[in-house]
Design a binder for this molecule. Sequence first.
Ligand SMILES: Nc1nc2c(c(=O)[nH]1)N[C@H]1C(S)=C(S)[C@@H](COP(=O)(O)O)O[C@H]1N2
Ligand SMILES: [Mo]
Length: 555
Amino acid sequence: MVEFDEAHRAVHYPPDRRFRVWIRPSILAGVAIAIAALVAAAWIEVAVAGMPLIPGVPQAYPSGFAAPHGFPVWVRYCHFFNFLFVALLVRSGLSILMDHPRLYFNDGCTPNSEWLRVTPLKVPSDRLWTAKDDARYISPLAGTPGYRHTIGIARAWHFINVHGFILTGVIFIAMLFSTEQWRRIVPTSPTVLLQAWNTFVHYATFHLPPEPNGFYGYNALQQLAYFSAVFVFGPVAIATGISMSPAVVNRFPWYARIFGGRQAARSIHFLNMLGFVSFLVVHVTLVVMTGFARNMNHIVMGTDDLRPAGIFWGALGIAVVILSWVLAHYLSWYHPRKVQLALKSVTYPMQRLTLNRLMPRQKYSEKDVSAYFWPNGKMPVRDDWKRLAENGFHDFRLKVGGLVDNPLELSLADLERIGEVEHITMHHCIQGWSGIAKWGGIPMKTLIDMARPKPEAKVVAFVSFGEALYGGDYYDTQSLENVQKPQSLLASKMNGEPLPPLYGAPLRLRVENQLGYKMVKWIERIEFVASEKSLGKGEGGKNEDDEYFDLLPNI
Ligand SMILES: Nc1nc2c(c(=O)[nH]1)N[C@H]1C(S)=C(S)[C@@H](COP(=O)(O)O)O[C@H]1N2
Ligand SMILES: [Mo]
């Protein structure tokens, strides 16, 4: 159970729980004008040319009602499971969003350049403001698990459910095309667009178009909407979701550029969700307005009649979905470790097979370097670190020990002599922000070769001078295999300068195929161990121990 002691309360349930949404006025105005223009065009058309005619048999189907009809059992089950998984994806997604409640179209996430803010606060410029400070509270009625800074568990729900969501989608699309059912939702003639416009003109001028019986066919606008739900919203969510993976984007930087950059992809991921939820609202409204009992029998029972069974079993289905939210809430707060381990059992083997094999290969140029780089973590307060900082870390000695044949003690000058390299890379924080910087230091592979790990050493632990969120030394681990991948650095320079205190002086880790919390700042010592189980609470790092983050965050 998450203990709600004072420290947790301060993080999860802060006094400032205001919910505010701010949208860049130019964007708001643009969207409002676009919608108003469409509606105005509809009214003008009706005034000038009269209401467009829509025949009783849907024009969307060239062969009329002879096309495939009805709702086979797989359609009905996929419809239910899709609802179940998407609802949990949206709810956990909202909790994830609130951990960095700003959306941008630039990869540096420059404060005040966001187009959407779900926080009343602007980034203060007169004091240190970390990304953790910036996280916002969301009611558990809306988010899973809700409250503030619960992103570890929120991600567990997001990624557990995404497996179900994708599986449902694959089964649905496979069945769609192995039967004739695809003809119901895939437009096959460009005239569908014109017909959809005619239908829109009806709605926009507050008329209900003649309603075909959905058991046999949809009107053209409905066909386009269902087509989008399956073939646009789903794939866009998956494609933009993948573009937020550090393992993918740092191996294939072009992939994020397809969407206009990593933050644009994050924005599109959110807008796509909004689009889907808007569809859902209209969909449900029309299902209720155009013959509720009959429509419910279609999708729940697979029959075309007016009996109450569809409404009854449909309500039960909705109750099951709401129950899943209650259950997710309960598990999140009473058994968070189990939720974390459930995700790990699904994703750890999966990522080892896929994302974790990608080798970072980024080539950003100096002009890509972000003007601003969000800081995170608590600055060290220890006296030994402060004394070292006072004279520029001249007296600092990095201790490399544990299961090695050649323990090391190295000063910053020693490290520089070993030979430094530089990379310009993109940092991905679990919270959602990113930033591009040039990092200089020695490759971890070089250091490891020098230390000569014993055969039983499998894991490298990095211990910080700094405290973790809930107290205790911050530490994190890397598998010996991963930390030797290309572009992994023990960094002592940032953007050509000695590492500034805020960004991790004297040394910090860079492992480019993972999320930011794996990159320990203010490193005091490095220890080789047989397993992460022997350290802390055994989950592989302070965030993994206390915040239920993943051991292997390739996404
Ligand atoms: N010692 C220590 N290292 C840390 C953290 C921390 O809290 N303490 N935060 C991590 C997280 S969550 C991120 S995103 C990066 C942030 O690095 P930056 O401050 O250079 O942006 O540092 C990581 N390293
Ligand atoms: Mo982070």
